[in-house]
Design a protein. Sequence first.
Length: 410
Amino acid sequence: MVSELLREGCMEWDTELVKRLFLPQDVEAILSTPLSVSAAADRMVWAEDKKGRFSVKSVYRLARETEAKEGKASCSDPTKLHGAWKGVWRMNLPNKLKHFTWKACNGILATKESLFKRKITADDICEACGSQVETSLHMLCFCNHSTEVWKSCKLSLPFNIQESWGFLDTFSRLRFVWDTQQEKLERWVAICWGIWKNRNEVPHGGAKRPGQVIVRNALRLVDDFQAAIRVPSQSRSCTHDTTRWRPPPPGYFKVNVDGAIFAKSNHSGVGVIVRDGDGNVVAAMCRKLDLPLGVLETEAKALEMGVVFAEEVGLRDVVFEVDSQVLINAIHGTCEAVSSVLNIIQGVLQKAQSFRTFDFLHTKRQGNAPAHLLAQQAQKVEGLAVWLEECPSQVAHACAKDVSLLQSSF
Ligand SMILES: [Zn+2]
């Protein structure tokens, strides 16, 4: 099993063991596969595509290459689920609503249908209407009570939802149609969640709430949440000068990260530096990784370590900055990540939920100098070096330069 190749208790390859067990070219392949510290769930990856996506084109190519045999691909549709995953985590909603949506997309909400399948209940009939199977979609959109909720809200849907669709289908279609109107999708999800919440209150003695109350409470939750996080989203929308270091918004910390590759020794390095709004160094670290990672994989590991480090340092409102545009695009979901870093990106996004507010920005190399130097510095470090409340001497000059540029810009 793959897990036996990991060091006990952590998500790192047991390099010595791997080298002992495998041939050199396999060792290279194994160690250059970056692992996510957050132990993301295993995924099906379509090996014929660089991004791990199943596509007709890649099947066609494979079929041509292997000359015949049926190119039968897996029957489930990982593309749709992956698209939904990104859609869920990009929504501007409290975590509990995202988790609810993700469960519903995966068909694991504790509805009667799902409980019956797992042999927990004797039947799968909806308790509210007593006549239909309680699927997620029945409970959220078609049962008497939920239709009353939807009638009392002003959100008009772009199409009629069909009872046969399932939640993932419905969510995917709404996401597609409301591509540029994400706030509508967020409202739709919030109302679904309100219906689900009330449905769970009733068996425990809670009152069945009128439709308007469910809608009002759900939308208020969204408004309050979005008002509270408005600050960092502004920092993203304003086009900032990426050739120099910019301070985070007041009260925030900025975490710059970078990766370095030491090709000769088959190692890579990670540098992380945390600064406040005045450019003071709050914490820094660099780490040498005994792994022959590629450029993007190293950058992704650097970001992951930056997120973990920021959490360990106890930051709550954070802006992360990297100089890899590809990585930032993948984080923001504006383009698909290559599959070798997909787990790391998912882990980073999940981990980031533990901050009160966060943002991910791109900067140019010039705006990321201290992190770059720290990543280079990792070559000379045995494992890990950490500085708290002090500036590593190796980057003192670069940090002072950032601050002086900062002052000259006012
Ligand atoms: Zn029902």
